[in-house]
Design a protein around this ligand. Structure first.
Ligand SMILES: Cc1cc2nc3c(=O)[nH]c(=O)nc-3n(C[C@H](O)[C@H](O)[C@H](O)COP(=O)(O)O)c2cc1C
Length: 207
């Protein structure tokens, strides 16, 4: 991994891959060499009133069905998505001067996918998923630790099952933007919008 010299590669709509999922994978392959945690991605939701809310999550699944992250379904973001199942993802790759914005509809991943992901997590994470009522207030750190200890006792010597309130969401893209920093500040931006037949329209936009 090198943080030394920026490698800003101009973005050309004629050489971008016609499939934005593939283009994302091409940028991903370059990001993993220069970013410590490329999975860190911002997800923005909005409630029914339109109030936006953004926070970081870890991107844990990517394929042509969409982009997945895992969380507590009863969290604030879970409530937002219940009211308004749409989201925007923002991925920033600072050393390469790149950002990707994705917008789309949100669905829960299958129970099987959530089970498989949960089963793979370290035990401490599994206990935390049971103990933490994510986004709810709590009087102290020690009260939270007590809750973890209680759960630890409950599952002592046993596998920890996935709680029903915890699982994955998949953002099914309806829009991508690939943005490339340029030294002269006349940055490159290319939008992908679906053409309705499984293919995407690419269009340069002004910076
Ligand atoms: C780098 C990073 C990665 C994170 N990954 C996750 C994640 O994968 N899932 C999750 O629920 N929260 C994750 N968090 C915590 C969230 O940002 C957030 O605090 C939490 O999900 C509660 O958000 P909410 O109250 O808006 O629902 C992460 C935070 C950071 C800084």
């Amino acid at each position: 991994m090198s943080f030394s010299k920026p490698r800003w590669i101009p973005l050309d709509e004629n050489t971008l891959h016609p499939n934005p999922f593939t283009q994302f994978e091409l940028w991903w392959a370059e990001a993993v060499d220069v970013v410590r945690e490329p999975e860190a991605i911002c997800v923005a939701t909005a409630d029914a009133s339109g109030q936006p809310r953004a926070r970081m999550v870890l991107l844990r699944g990517r394929d042509e069905r969409g982009f997945c992250f895992y969380t507590n379904y009863e969290s604030r973001k879970g409530e937002d998505l219940e009211e308004n199942p749409r989201a925007s993802l923002l991925w920033y790759v600072e050393p390469l001067g790149r950002q990707v914005r994705i917008e789309g509809n949100v669905e829960k991943v299958s129970i099987e996918e959530s089970d498989a992901y949960f089963a793979d997590r370290p035990r401490g994470h599994q206990l935390g998923a049971h103990a933490s009522q994510q986004s709810r207030p709590i009087e102290s750190r020690s009260a939270l630790q007590d809750a973890v200890d209680v759960v630890g006792g409950t599952f002592e010597g046993k596998d920890v099952p996935r709680p029903n309130h915890w699982g994955g969401y998949r953002i099914v893209p309806t829009f991508f933007e690939f943005w490339q920093h340029r030294e002269d500040r006349i940055h490159d931006r290319v939008f992908y919008t679906p053409q309705g037949n499984g293919t995407w329209n690419l269009k340069r936009h002004q910076p």
